[in-house]
Structure formats: C-alpha cells, structure tokens
Design a protein around this ligand. Structure first.
Ligand code: SAH
Length: 400
C-alpha cells in the first residue's frame, strides 16, 4: 500500500476518534505531513505519532477528515463489498423478512457520507462527502455484485452537500426505472416515487414503529396527523381500526395515501384530508369559554417533520410541539392512545417528553407511558456518535 499523507491531531483530539466518532473538524488538526488532495485517503495519528486510523480528507468541509477504519485498510471495490455486506447482515438479523430498508446508514455503518436505501429491487444512494463521491463507481460496482438490482438511483439532493463543496445530483446511475416501485412494508403494499418522493422515497425509519403503534392503538377512530403515504394509518386500519382519518398538507401525498388504501383493500376504513395539521387541530378544538371539546378519537398519531434543523430554533420548535400535543390531547378519548414522534436531532427524548407533559398539564390529562420508541434498527444508533440518534417517540395512554 502507498504511504498515505498523515494528518496529525492536536493533543486531546484523539479520544473522540478512539471512541468511534468519525468526524474530525479542522480545529482538531495539528498539521499534515504532506499535501493531501481533497477526497484522498489519509492516515490519522495523534500528536505522539500513534496511528488512529484512515479516512477521507476534504479541506473544503468543516469536517476535514471522515474516519473509515481504525486499521490500515485499502479502499477499493472489495472494501465496499465487505462493508455493505456487514451492514446487510445487521438488517437481516434485526428486520428479518423485510425487503425494503436502509442498507447503509452512513456513520452508523462506518461509511460516513454514504446512505443506501433498498426499495424492493431498486437501490437509492445519497452521497454527502467528497471522498464517497469520488468513489461512486466503486460503490455502484459493489452494489451490483451484492444485489444485482434492477436500478441504482442517486438522490444526492440534500442541502448538506454544499458543506462539502458538492453540487446536488439526482438521477439513474444504472439499470432502468419505469414509474413508481411497488414495495412491501410489513406486508402492506406501497408505490414509491423513487426519483421525486420525500427523503429517498419513504420514511423507512418508521418501519418497525408502524407495527408497534398499530398493535397499541385502540381499534376505534384513529387520527393520523402528517400521514404522508399513509404508513401509520394504514397499519392501524389493517390491525382493525374502525376508521382512520389522515391529515397532510401535501395534496399529492394525500392522493398517494388513498391509492395505498385501495391497493391494500382498506379503502372503506380510510379517509384523508389535505390540511395544515396546526389549523385543523385548532379549528376542532376552538370552543366558547363555557363549552368543552368533545374527545372523539381512540388513537392519535403525531409524526411531524423536524420543526428545527438548528439548535437556535429549538424554542420555536418546542412551542410547535406543545401546541399540537395540547390540541391533540383535547381530542383524545379517556383511555385512548397517543403515539408521537420527534425527528429533530436537537430535541432529545427527555426534552420532548417534558413538552408533552406540559401540554398534558394544560389539557388536564394524565398520561401513562406504554412504549418508548426509536428509529427502526436499519438506522442503527451508535451512542458514541450522538448524531446517529434522531428519531424518538412515545406511546401514551390517556390515563385520565
Ligand atoms: N408519518 C409519515 C411521515 C410524515 S413526514 C410516514 O410515516 O410516512 C411529514 C409529513 O408532514 C409530510 O408528508 C409533509 O407533507 C407533512 N407536513 C409538514 N408540515 C405539515 C403541516 N403543518 N400540516 C400538515 N402536514 C404537514
């Protein structure tokens, strides 16, 4: 193997790398032993010249080095084959039987800057680091040899690419794609718009929660807020809910959810409305001072988008979370179930729960927590890399 340029770290900067965090910021670097091209593989050493691993260098990113391995590995097609196979084994263990899932979740699978989703026979790549971008042909070759997919699509349209000096790119990398891909999630059919949908097509991170929540929700009237393609609501309908009403501000998402209800023989139990959830809940809970809101739902699901992408906007986000919980709780029957999620990395589980409890206090409801929920196991969490944990949720019963 060629001798790699060496990145020397400042005293104190090595511990985080040893603990498994792959991001090395510019401020942690002491110096480079030789010039390194952006995207090149470098070796990383502490200030006493002790070897810590190898990673990709990029002077244009705040994250100057993304560590790949604590050993001196060569990064070639077989490196990617081995790493993707290892990630796949984790999914096969924790999501046995699933045919659509996140195959590689970047840092959680020791491939910082690379996300690979599998939607039945189609693979979707999201690349957010220059080192991965430069090795795209190797990655595609590795994926072809493991999966022989019908198509490999790139959806690298995430805003964070600009932090690496990379333009957005979207398109077909190999194979052919004709219309939406029909997939199954826990046995329910969905048609996924791979090139145009949210994220890389569907919220795979809720795959396990769909089933858990459907198992907890009472079989009566269900309100699925932020319903998107109908994931939660349709799982509840299949589990026996009398009726599910979905709410989403995207007319396109509502139309897709209705098609999914039909596709799965659940149309009789399903309705959906194009609406802003805040406005809808407000209108349903607005009563004159002497009147009381009549609770009508046996289960309510709140799965909003992230209300904040930055730490600075957390307090606004908390106001938003409190408002929807307060109003939803007013509409929840005693004994009913509230399943609620927060995908803002900057709002941790404890803070999220405290906001829910403030809302419950204001609504004069007492909650019994019946489940603590997290992202599905194909989005593994490495506690030493806090950024890998973002989705948290709870299911509560309204005890009073
Ligand atoms: N529960 C869904 C994912 C929800 S993603 C699933 O499991 O697939 C968030 C959804 O909320 C998106 O479909 C978006 O269109 C919708 N949305 C965002 N803000 C909204 C608002 N204020 N009112 C209604 N829908 C909203």
């Amino acid at each position: 193997m060629d001798i790699l340029p060496t990145v020397l770290l400042k005293p104190g900067a090595a511990d985080r790398v040893v603990a498994g965090h792959p991001w090395i910021y510019a401020g942690s670097l002491l110096r480079l032993s030789a010039p390194a091209a952006d995207g090149a593989l470098v070796q990383i050493k502490d200030h006493r010249q002790r070897f810590l691993g190898v990673g990709f260098y990029n002077s244009k990113s705040k994250i100057h080095v993304r560590v790949l391995d604590p050993a001196r590995v060569a990064v070639d097609v077989s490196f990617f084959i081995d790493r993707v196979r290892a990630a796949l084994a984790v999914r096969q263990k924790h999501l046995p039987g699933a045919s659509s899932f996140r195959v590689v979740n970047a840092e959680s699978d020791f491939l910082s800057g690379l996300i690979i989703d599998k939607y039945a026979g189609v693979l979707v790549l999201q690349i957010s680091s220059l080192g991965m971008e430069q090795r795209k042909p190797m990655i595609v070759q590795a994926l072809q040899s493991i999966f022989a997919p019908g198509a490999i699509v790139e959806r690298s349209d995430a805003a964070f690419r600009k932090f690496e000096g990379l333009p957005e790119t979207n398109g077909l990398l190999s194979g052919t794609l004709s219309g939406p891909e029909r997939i199954e999630i826990n046995g329910l059919k969905f048609d996924v718009d791979i090139l145009g949908g949210h994220k890389t097509g569907l919220y795979l991170d809720q795959q396990r929660n769909y089933q858990l929540v459907a198992g907890l929700a009472d079989h009566g009237q269900v309100l699925d807020c932020f319903s998107f393609l109908g994931g939660f609501g349709l799982h509840c309908a299949r589990a026996g809910a009398g009726h599910v009403h979905g709410l989403d501000q995207s007319a396109e998402a509502c139309a897709a959810a209705t098609r999914h209800a039909e596709l799965n023989g659940l149309a009789a139990q399903w309705s959906v409305e194009t609406a802003n959830v805040f406005d809808w809940l407000k209108a349903r809970t607005a009563v004159a001072p002497h009147e009381k809101v009549v609770p009508v739902f046996d289960a309510i699901i709140l799965d909003p988008p992230s209300f904040t992408r930055t730490r600075a906007a957390v307090s606004d986000a908390l106001r938003g979370y409190k408002e929807i919980h307060l109003r939803a709780l007013k509409l929840l029957k005693p004994g009913g179930t509230l399943a609620t999620f927060c995908c803002s990395h900057h709002v941790g589980a404890a803070l999220f729960e405290s906001v829910i409890l403030e809302a419950a206090f204001d609504a004069r409801r007492v909650l019994r927590r019946v489940a603590t929920l997290a992202q599905s196991p194909d989005h593994p969490i490495l506690p030493s890399v806090p950024e890998t944990e973002y989705l948290k949720g709870f299911a509560f019963e309204a005890a009073r």
